[in-house]
Each structure stands twice: as structure tokens, then as C-alpha cells.
Unconditional design. Sequence first.
Length: 429
Amino acid sequence: MDTIFALATAKGKAGVAMMRLSGPEAVAVAERLCGPLPAPRQMALREVCWSGEILDQALVVRFAAGASFTGEDVVELHLHGSAAVVATVTRVLSGPLGLRMAAPGEFTRRALENGVLDLTQIEGLADLIDAETEAQRKQAQRVLSGAIGKRVDAWRKDLVRAAALIEATIDFADEDVPVDVMPEVLDLVTGLGAALQQELGRGKAAERLRSGFEVAILGRPNVGKSTLLNALAGREAAITSEYAGTTRDVIEVRMDLSGLPVTFLDTAGIRRTDDPVEKLGIDLALSRAQMADLRVFLVSQVDEPLVSPRFAGDLVVLSKADLGLASGELAVSGLTGTGLDVVLARIVTELGSRLSGDSVIIRERHLHAMSSAIEALGAARIVVMTQPDRVEMAAAEIRRAIMALDILVGRLGAEDFLGEIFASFCIGK
């Protein structure tokens, strides 16, 4: 395997620029530049020299194969963050020293190939890098720690036990088997199917935390939707006007609400209209509102009919509280901010109640693999209960469930996902 290198810190002027080398020649190349290296996991100051010229002074640290991020010999050169220094060291590494510049995510891919991380941990690392809120950080950290792999190993152990019991009845079909193993098989398959189904339900909510929630603000024209959005954003995100029909498109503002990633949608005022453009905006508003995780109905009167169906958890908020037109607990003024904290707190409470704090099944790929395993276990359970003379079919379904879990953690079929996953990583990761 080639020895690769890349700048692992952001480009541009900075105090420190860290150059990472990984592969069979990493130590030898670093010694040609810096002389004898410190012991693994110890840092030392060295002069970085080439052809008798001092290129820089750097802190150098070495990680031995089997005890590094990639699983290979790794050396890090913590250079001064000068564009000229980085360019010079890059030129020497890629030129006379013959190293190859790493591709996006190649260090992390080597960690996968060398068994340091599984596929779900790779995804957790990508999510951790992209995390915008505290809740997303915590979720990604749980995945990166290997939580999915640990659960899969426990599930897989039960499946292997069930498969082994069935295989025993097949192998010794003509002999007396001292114990009827089918009740244990049925218990294992039924219990695991229920556990996976429960995890799948929690995972669908947890996936929303990863991708972000959407909250649609709905109401009639001039009820104060755009003013409320501007108050939430702390800036003029939407045009406000006394003329009805000003908002035609859906305006989005992404926020961090107590650690939850939330995108607020300001939608067109809902009313009957002959204006074809405004009608398109209204249709779009209703469509986006239906797909949103939560709807906030802004009304000017307590008994005002809502502009679209209300779902469980949706909020009805009285508007323009600063004009004395609204009263009650959920009343807000986008102009003065009156009641804004109360409304936001209710939104956070409602969205937070939909999350399961320990769920780590957070990607569509995870959900699909879990669904496949649940389907296979359901089929195996039916065979065991209704066709005890066809237990080889149950064994095949259990093997299909095991395969689905192996795909989940990347033991099988990982190549289909690697290009998409690693494309999101920077060069030095």
C-alpha cells in the first residue's frame, strides 16, 4: 500500500499546520526529514531539513502500526502555519521523497480497511465533523464510539445461536435429539425481532436529529408569520409588508434550539386567490407544511379556523400580542418579542419528546438494514411456528438476518457505500 500524506488542518495562515503521513514508508521518510524520531506517542521538537536547508522547526509525533488512527505507521509534523512552509514541505514530500497526496477520506478509509473502525463508526466520524448543535455532537460521538457495532455483535450472537440450533436438527435429523430446540429458537427469533423493531422505531426519530427538524409557520395573510420568522432569526430574513400575499416562496431559517437543529419555514399566507403565482406559493406552503415535523399555526383570534389539518403536537399561537389582540399562554409578538421564549420552549419540548436519547440508528442505510433483518426474522418465526418440517427455510431466513446486520456494520457490501461516505471527508481525514 502506498504511503500517503496530507495537510490535516485547514488551509491558510495559522499558528500551526499539521502534516500527516501514513503507510509503510512514513517513519523512514520522516527520519530523512527530521532525523531520529521520538518514541511512539511522544512529541519532540525537530528541525525539518532537506538538501542541507532547514525548511522549518516542527513538533513531531509518531504512532506505531496497530496503535494509530489508520492502523499503519503514522507520523505527524506540526509545522508553523505558513502557506510557504506548507507548500515547501508538500513539494519535498510529493517530489524527491515520492509520497502520494491522500485522496478525500483516505486516512479514514484505511482505518476501515485495517479494522480500526467499522463502517458505522466512519459514518459517526463524518457526522461529528458536520455536527452543528450539541445534541448532534452527542449523537455522533455515541456512534463513533462503536455503540452500533456493540449492539450488532450482541444481536448477531443470538442469531448465530438460533441458526446453530436449527442446523443441529437438520444434521441429526435421523438420530434422536435429546432436547426439542425449537422453543429456544422461537424465543430467540421472537425476542430479537421485537428488540430490532423497537430500535427501528427509535432510529426513525434519531435520524431527524441528524438531518434536522422542520417547523412550518402557517396562517392567513398579514397574521405576522414573516415578522415572527425575522424575530426568530434575529435579522430581516423575510420581507414584511402591510400588503397581503407578500410571501410567495417558502423562506427557511436554520437555528440551534437548545441543541436541536431546527429549520423554521415561513410560508405564504393561506387564502383563496385568483393570482396564479400566489396560488403556487400557497400550494407549496401547504405541501411543505404537511411534510414538516411540526406546524405552528399563527392566528389572530382564539376561535379562528385553522388553515390546514392539525396533527398531534402542533401548536396554535395567537399573534400580535403587542397590540393587545391576543391573550393566553401561547401568545407572541414578532415585533416586540413578547412570548417568544415561551413558544420556543414549547417547540423544544415537543421535538425533544420525539427523540430517544440512546438511539444510534441514525441513517437511512441503517434503517434499511434493520428493516431487512426484521423482515427475515419475521419469516423465520412463521416457518418455525407453522412448518416445523421445513426448518431449513427458517435457517436460511436467519442467515439472511445475519447478513443484513453484517451489511449494517460494513462486514459485507461496504463498497456500495464507501464512495458516497468518503466524498464528504476533507483531504487530511
